[in-house]
Design a protein. Structure first.
Lengths: 355, 263
């Protein structure tokens, strides 16, 4: 029985997944997502009353975006209320390049990331001087400016009606069903998670966390604050930009109403509920935020069968419960779901001799 | 030519003069102590050297280069490292990550190679890890806490981690701001031993601000005494112990001086 981890090489100690068991678990989880999940999704859909495959795709897309915001807010300590708009920039970029300029999807999707990164870095410039609430307000300005542009630059964005986007194909493989699109999202979600994880164990990530914890001493250690704050905005916006591109082609229509202030706040809620400064936080938070409203539909529908006019009395019962659950989570688990996950793991690791 | 030369440094905050024409020169490889009462301006000198503050007048020359022309983040790359009076570690990071961050300026890999953990970044990280483990963690005897989050450590150990982080910067000169403050006798002796080790084994020049006179008199080669932003004495420990100005201005009368200076 293992009593601890005893590495004999530094390489082993620097790995993301430390033991053979953890690696086996992770590989089987990935295999499950690739091979098993698509086939259990449709029976599960019948049980839950909503499309599980569709939910999985939405979760995958938003995980990429949440990782982006987590890098910026959770790891670099720069709050942003503009990430909904940056996602919109990505969505419109990919959609316009694909539909109007005739670019192939494998070019338009990265382009969405790069354009978003550029826009994010422009609005990230105030971060050199502003912090905390002040930066939140400055990035909120980005949200409103971009929102306005999306709605009123009619020739490019189609105005408030938006325009239709086709499902793309990638290297001849048509991504025309939810299931086929699922594989693209899954691969990108895994790549983005690993990229984030790797970034955090190398030079760049350490510098960003150092800026979050104590920027003045980071500067004395030789960290160029401006460069790394901008880089954080850039990488973070690249992530949401790619998520936006994926969303546009998945949703089949892009319009400004998807990328409002509400989305920015939802993104923040995802990383806060999941756990700021944990890579797992982005994943848990997204699953929670996307799935909970759908799951809440089940009990409220049962309830409305028993008391048919309950919705007449509590019109927004579902939203009410949703808000309540979030508040309860923040009270009882302020460090987020990821912190709770670590506690549970630490408990079971040594169970039953946890002393 | 001295390694570090401060010439005619003036610094004021509004109407308050913090430094009034300070000149000092630190030779390569020596332990140079700066002492003085609270508020004398000791930390201000260090803050000017590492570009926290911009002096009103004067120059700071390190290895024949005027460093006041460089932005703060360039100073680390020139080989100037420091620790702080109130610990300024990255509280949410592990001890190991804190120390690794010290080597930030010596790492060359960018974020792409880091994010994909490609050959270059990976090799560099492994080399860094080996260096940190074998040259710093071993020297400072902090093996047991390398994976701990810094914020959870006791004060004495945090001071030691801060020294470790400064060492990871591969400094040519190390500015230590009260490294023994708030330590018990044992921890103080450990810290003095580490400072001597660093100075002798690596030939790192040390500039030390400290209130513990026993340590200062024991380990330093030269002492610079400061009061109200001006120099009142400079010399070898024996000279300082017997200097009239120091005894009067800093230690307040000869009776108190005898006990404080260990005469």
């Amino acid at each position: 029985m293992p009593t601890g981890l005893f590495h004999t090489r530094y390489e082993d100690d620097e790995k993301i997944f430390h033991t053979l068991w953890v690696r086996i678990w992770m590989w089987s989880f990935v295999l499950f997502l690739f091979l098993v999940f698509p086939f259990v999704a449709s029976p599960l859909s019948g049980f839950f009353g909503f499309s599980v495959q569709h939910m999985a795709n939405m979760i995958g897309i938003f995980i990429i975006g949440a990782h982006g915001l987590n890098l910026l807010t959770g790891f670099t300590g720069q709050i942003s209320l503009g990430h909904g708009a940056f996602m919109g920039v990505g969505a419109f970029t990919s959609a316009i390049l694909f539909m109007k300029a005739g670019w192939p999807f494998w070019l338009s999707l990265p382009a969405a990331g790069f354009v978003s990164a550029g826009v994010g870095m422009i609005f990230g410039v105030p971060s050199l001087r502003l912090r905390g609430l002040y930066l939140a307000i400055a990035t909120m300005a980005a949200q409103f400016i971009i929102d306005y542009a999306m709605r009123n630059w009619t020739s490019l964005t189609g105005g408030s009606a938006g325009f239709n986007v086709d499902r793309p194909s990638i290297f001849g493989f048509a991504l025309d069903t939810d299931l086929r699109y699922y594989y693209l999202i899954l691969v990108l979600a895994i790549v983005s998670t690993l990229f984030l994880k790797n970034l955090l164990r190398t030079k760049t990530g350490r510098a960003m966390v150092a800026i979050r914890d104590r920027y003045l001493s980071a500067e004395i250690m030789g960290v160029n604050l401006f460069k790394y704050r901008l880089l954080a905005f850039g990488i973070s916006s690249f992530y949401v930009g790619v998520a936006g591109g994926l969303f546009a082609h998945y949703n089949l229509v892009v319009s400004d109403e998807h990328f409002t202030m509400w989305l920015s706040i939802q993104y923040l809620a995802m990383v806060i509920i999941g756990g700021l400064g944990h890579v797992l936080g982005g994943i848990f938070g997204t699953i929670f935020m996307v799935l909970l409203p759908e799951l809440l539909r089940i009990p409220t529908e049962i309830l409305s069968n028993i008391y048919p006019n309950i919705f007449a009395i509590f019109g927004t019962l579902r939203e009410l419960v949703f808000g309540l659950v979030i508040i309860l989570f923040l009270i009882f688990e302020p460090d987020g779901l990821a912190a709770r996950w670590h506690t549970i793991r630490a408990y079971w690791k040594l169970w039953p001799f946890s002393y | 030519m001295a390694q570090l030369q401060v010439q005619d440094l003036h610094l004021s905050f509004g109407g308050l003069t913090a430094l009034n024409g300070i000149s000092l020169s630190v030779e390569l490889g020596e332990i140079f102590a700066i002492i003085g009462p609270n508020g004398a301006g000791k930390t201000c000198i260090l803050n000017c050297i590492c570009r926290f503050y911009h002096p009103d007048q004067g120059s700071v020359i390190f290895e024949n280069q005027e460093i006041l022309n460089f932005p703060p983040h360039k100073i680390a790359g020139m080989g100037i490292a420091r620790t702080f009076q109130n610990i300024e570690l990255f509280q949410g990071m592990t001890v190991l990550d804190n120390i690794k961050l010290g080597a930030h300026v010596h790492l060359r890999s960018g974020f792409l190679s880091g994010g994909f953990y490609w050959g270059k970044a990976r090799k560099e990280e492994m080399k860094l890890r080996r260096e940190v483990e074998e040259q710093i963690i071993d020297l400072l005897e902090i093996q047991a806490i390398r994976k701990e989050i810094v914020g959870t450590l006791p004060y004495g150990l945090q001071k030691r981690v801060e020294l470790a982080r400064a060492l990871a910067m591969r400094p040519k000169i190390l500015l230590l701001d009260e490294p023994m403050a708030g330590m018990n006798l044992e921890e103080t002796e450990d810290m003095a031993r580490f400072i001597l080790d660093i100075n002798e084994e690596r030939g790192v020049t040390i500039v030390l601000i400290e209130h513990d006179m026993g340590v200062v008199m024991d380990i330093s080669d030269r002492i610079f005494v400061l009061d109200f932003g001006t120099r009142i004495a400079e010399g070898r420990p024996e000279e300082i112990q017997h200097n009239e100005h120091v005894i009067n201005a800093y230690l307040g009368g000869s009776d108190a001086a005898f006990s404080k200076l260990g005469l």
